[in-house]
Write a protein of this length. Structure first.
Lengths: 99, 495, 480
């Protein structure tokens, strides 16, 4: 972690599926840099071997029995879909892999 | 490694010895009723998008809750493969965007898989080590070949999987085939999965590189779209030689690059996946919605006791303790249901050889017969007790031995509420006549006018008796007990 | 006006006693909403028809001799990130314009089963990202004490609905202060329970390890009524505490012998963004009040408090970037197509659907989780988080509860901080620590400075929700 972390905004936007305009990029980059510079103060905190705390509360292995529960009716779900096609959700044609 | 086993691929052009370095990554669907994190029931072949809920379609606000049975089966798989089970296990989110991945992340396990180590011993004695096994949820299905859009069916989304990654220990296509065959058998017998590639409950990707014997490892290539064990072996063969030829061309532009290739079964070749993917960054972090899973000693013990005896151990036992032939043992263990049935027959008091014979020669053949409508052996409607009843009827001579088949089939078709064995014997008139007086009457009648045959028999031609058997059987409408008839005829002719 | 309106307990009592009917009471609510909402912008949708129908039904049920539920006839508002069948849950975002969830949150079901009437859905900062209500894609809710000022955020509308007397009870969600801060700025009570106390099923996730459904009301007593109904384990949330619902009766009692911990870092000028003098004065008066109740003030220290903002924003943005990945235009929401590829559709949908603050947080979150930065940023933040939790544990060895101001200042003017996201983040310094540690935190009104409300925050150890509510109720009674 350096005092001024390098932000590859184009790469981040691609990873996050955000198609930022040039103006947005110009506005966002300094904002993000400034925020990260502030957040970077954590670098100096002495931690010894304190383990990470992922969530509050004592973890208990809550699990459920393998009993079927009712599924949602297809109509209810597809009615909310932007572009349902027959009994499916549809998206622009892709060749497979990552979208 | 025996002297006869030489995995080297010898180039016909240069005579150089090359070795293939192969690892397999296998995804197996756990045999639960419901999905990994929600209560949707999964059924192969269901109507699209009918097996989904708020959670597996990633509706805002929905939360995952672990399926206890999935965990149990996953642990059982690890035990069946001799792996070390981690006492504490967590789930991580693996991020990428795709239309069949509703949350934009897959719940998987990253740096703390629940299993490490274990593996499978091949017949040659070579051991294929597993690097790790982890649990993860399946994605849905994207369909690209129907119309102008890509269609998405989320029925599979959330189905429980385990991913088993081997070390790069496999050296030949044949070994890969054997490994997968044994893996499938091991997991089926453990009751963990059906491992049916046609139904998508087993999928396998191959990682393969080649190297000149004695030299360092080279670039590995991933192969996907392998839909049967046969194709996997063929793809490995093809790809190994493709890589060897590429290296032997000595043109660096042709050398294999790290990539994913798809196998084309029609042309029996691999080709580069279309479309270049930018480097993936999955941004793993522990899923805050799922507390860590504790796998304590009592849990492991329970799953260990749920493990049934593996197939190879049963085969050995059938051969050594029961005296069955290797062929018998192999066929009886070809699927767990058949082996379980065989052992239930033994417990019902049926002799091992009889049970084996009837299962092999009759009952196994029933699967797939349209009239009987059995999808698999586990659906067999004849209980061991009923089989035992039929065998006893034959042994005691109350029915002819070839009436057994007829009787069993009739019982199967009659259904659970239909007439039982005893009733069917009467209904079908299968009861053999054993009444000595009646039989003797028919025998005497049959002897009339058969002086030539009688003379032949008395002069030593034992086979002449057969010619007398026919008329008696005909007289009795086929219900005379043939052995008794023989006995009586002999008695009558010797007197 | 709001002081004379019946709260949760009173509303139910009057309906059950027959002094009024659920229907008549609801009509009054709807009239007040019609009069005030155009200016104050608490609600984005008001379900007049369905709520009246339900009120009529409840009246009939009572008449037929059925046992009235704990919230019988009580009108309730929901923050627009809670799922409720038949209602619009837009999360303050264009991306979910018009979206109705295909299911109802378990906590909301509990309210409805107890006889509460769902009146409508309230404005919020988009996806919970904000502390002023100005990040809503629809409208900014206004502070009833001064409509040119913020009502706080992100549960802005729900706070306003209660503070202006439109409804006696509203649900919000608190991830880093999003219920406590608006409660403080609007002069009402807001309670963030222990993490896991109320099941999160049906709450659109922002920071999964931080989010708590949290109620607003005008008194602690009313909050306790709500908590009785809302709290308790649920099998559909694997992080919900395996305990039964909180019982009010457990929180009776005085505060004799209690030690009130006062964290010095929370009162230091310069802790984050500096404490207003008016806020300091009000808090000091509140501490005197506790002493009059028999308690003793004890100075304690939370040494890692100054790292809480950085810790919180790294973790919250990381989790947010992950939780918002599902908004890809495939299965719900407003889709925008661009070009012909799937990736382009997803990017355009998110680009057009998300506001600026959402994009900032998603990018920040993606950054801190990305390869090469993950250990130095995300993992480090989780470790500092553990330290912050330890600070609280140690502090609670010396006291029963901690008291701090809820916010460093009173309600700021709209537009004052909206151009400086960092300044906005820094104002959360007093609320985020309890979120990181998962401990219960109550904000109650403790006075005015220059006419604007000041909120006091009471914190307790993990799972000691009842203790915190008890302290708050005792204070409230004394100051009634």
């Amino acid at each position: 972690m350096s005092a001024q972390p390098a932000i590859d905004l184009i790469r981040l936007a691609e990873l996050a599926r955000l198609s930022l305009s040039a103006e947005e990029q110009a506005a966002l980059l300094p904002q993000l840099e400034r925020i990260l510079a502030q957040l970077a103060e954590l670098e100096a905190v002495p931690l010894d071997d304190t383990p990470a705390m992922v969530r509050a509360g004592a973890a208990s292995g809550i699990a459920r029995a393998d009993e079927p529960q009712p599924s949602l009716p297809r109509e209810a779900l597809l009615a909310r879909a932007p572009k349902p096609e027959d009994d499916f959700y549809s998206v622009p044609k892709t060749v497979g892999g990552e979208g | 490694m025996s002297a006869a086993h030489d995995p080297a691929l010898v180039s016909p052009r240069t005579g150089r010895r090359w070795l293939a370095v192969i690892g397999l990554e296998t995804h197996v669907q756990l045999k639960t009723r419901t999905k990994l994190f929600c209560g949707c029931e999964y059924r192969f072949g269901a109507e699209p998008n009918t097996l989904t809920c708020a959670l597996c379609t990633a509706q805002p606000g929905a939360l995952p809750v672990l399926n206890r049975e999935a965990l149990a089966l996953a642990v059982r798989a690890g035990l069946a493969l001799g792996a070390d089970i981690a006492p504490l296990s967590k789930f991580d989110r693996k991020h990428y965007f795709y239309c069949d991945l509703p949350k934009g992340y897959q719940i998987s396990q990253y740096d703390q898989p629940y299993c490490k180590g274990g593996g499978i011993a091949l017949a040659s004695g070579r051991f294929i080590r597993l690097e790790r096994i982890h649990m993860e949820e399946d994605a849905g299905k994207a369909i690209h070949d129907r119309g102008a859009s890509t269609l998405v069916d989320l029925n599979r989304a959330g189905v429980p999987l385990i991913e088993m990654v081997t070390q790069a220990d496999i050296q030949t296509a044949a070994e890969a085939f054997e490994y997968l065959t044994l893996l499938k058998e091991r997991l089926q017998y453990a009751g963990v999965s059906d491992c049916d590639m046609e139904k998508g409950s087993l999928r396998c990707d191959v990682n393969i590189s080649v190297r000149p014997a004695g030299e360092a490892w080279r670039t590995k290539v991933e192969i996907k779209n392998l839909n049967s064990f046969r194709f996997i072996a063929a793809a490995i063969e093809h790809e190994a030689w493709r890589q060897i030829e590429a290296y032997e061309s000595e043109d660096p532009a042709q050398y294999p690059v790290q990539e994913t290739r798809l196998y084309d079964p029609e042309r029996n070749q691999t080709r580069t996946m279309r479309g270049k993917e930018s480097a993936r960054d999955y941004r793993y972090f522990p899923d805050p919605d799922l507390p860590p899973v504790v796998l304590d000693a009592s849990f492991l013990e329970r799953e260990r006791s749920n493990l049934s005896e593996p197939a190879d151990s049963r085969r050995a036992r059938y051969r050594e303790q029961l005296g069955l032939s290797p062929a018998d043992a192999a066929e009886l263990t070809s699927e767990r249901a058949a082996s379980d049935y065989f052992e239930a027959c033994l417990r019902a008091g049926i002799d091992a050889r009889d049970a084996s014979s009837w299962i092999r020669n009759e009952l196994l053949g029933w699967v797939g017969e349209p009239e009987l409508g059995l999808r698999d052996f586990a659906q067999l409607p004849i209980s061991p007790r009923e089989l035992s009843e039929v065998l006893e009827l034959i042994r005691s001579g109350r029915i002819a031995s070839n009436a057994g088949r007829k009787l069993l089939r009739a019982r199967a078709l009659a259904g659970p509420d239909g007439p039982g064995i005893a009733a069917l014997v009467a209904q079908l008139g299968l009861e053999q006549v054993q009444d000595d007086a009646q039989l003797e009457e028919w025998c005497r009648a049959a002897l009339i006018g058969k002086e030539k045959i009688i003379a032949d028999y008395r002069s030593g031609k034992e086979a002449a008796l057969n010619a007398l058997l026919g008329p008696v059987m005909k007289q009795s409408g086929g219900r005379a007990a043939p052995e008794k008839v023989r006995e009586i005829l002999k008695r009558l002719l010797s007197g | 006006m709001s002081a004379t309106l019946p709260g949760v307990e009173d509303t139910r009592a009057r309906i059950v006693a027959g002094t009024t009917s659920a229907e008549a009471n609801l009509r009054e609510c709807l009239e007040r909403i019609a009069a005030l909402n155009p200016k104050l912008q608490a609600f984005h949708s008001v379900a007049a028809q369905s709520s009246l129908a339900r009120a009529t039904e409840l009246d009939a049920l009572l008449k037929s001799g059925a046992q009235p539920g704990a919230l019988h006839g009580v009108p309730v508002a929901l923050k627009s990130n809670l799922c409720a069948s038949g209602h619009e849950t837009n999360c303050g975002s264009r991306l979910l314009a018009g979206w109705q969830a295909p299911y109802t949150a378990r906590a909301v079901e509990r309210l409805l089963d107890a006889g509460a009437i769902l009146v409508g859905m309230t404005h919020m900062d988009e996806f919970g990202f904000g502390s002023s209500g100005e990040n809503s894609a629809y409208a900014t809710a206004r502070n009833p004490h001064d409509p040119e000022r913020t009502a706080g955020g992100s549960s802005s509308g729900s706070a306003v609905a209660v503070a202006s007397g439109m409804v006696p009870l509203a649900l919000g969600s608190d991830t880093g202060g999003s219920v406590r801060q608006p409660a403080a700025l609007c002069g009402i009570a807001g309670f963030k329970p222990s993490y896991g106390r109320i099941p999160r099923h049906g709450l659109v996730a922002f920071g999964s390890s931080l989010d708590c459904i949290s109620p607003f009301a005008r008194s602690v007593t009313d909050l306790e009524c709500a908590m009785e109904v809302l709290s308790g384990h649920d099998a559909l949330d694997a992080t919900s505490i395996e305990e039964p619902p909180l019982l009010r009766i457990a929180s009776e009692g005085a505060l004799d012998g209690w030690r009130i911990g006062v964290p010095r870092e929370c009162f230091e000028a310069g802790a984050g963004s500096g404490l207003d003098e008016g806020v300091r004065t009000a808090l000091e008066a509140a501490l005197r009040c506790f002493e009059q109740l028999g308690a003793q003030c004890v100075e304690v220290s939370l040494p890692h408090l100054r790292h809480a903002i950085a810790t919180y924003y790294i973790i919250a943005c990381a989790e947010a970037s992950s939780n918002l990945a599902r908004f890809d235009g495939v299965r719900y929401g407003v889709r925008h197509t661009a070009g012909s590829s799937l990736a382009a559709m997803m990017s355009a949908t998110r680009e057009r659907g998300f506001g600026a603050e959402v994009k900032r947080r998603v990018l920040l979150g993606t950054f801190v989780l990305s390869a090469g930065y993950h250990e130095a940023w995300y993992q480090r933040a989780q470790r500092v988080r553990a330290r912050i939790a330890q600070d609280f544990e140690q502090a609670f060895e010396q006291c029963e509860v901690l008291v701090t101001p809820t916010t460093p200042s009173t309600a700021f003017r709209l537009g004052e901080k909206s151009s400086d996201p960092l300044a906005m983040y820094l104002s959360d310094v007093l609320t985020v620590p309890a979120s990181l540690a998962g401990i219960p935190a109550l904000s109650i009104d403790c006075g005015r400075t220059q006419g604007l409300p000041v909120g006091m925050q009471i914190l307790g150890p993990a799972r000691a929700d009842t203790r915190v509510l008890r302290a708050g109720r005792a204070f409230e009674r004394k100051n009634a």
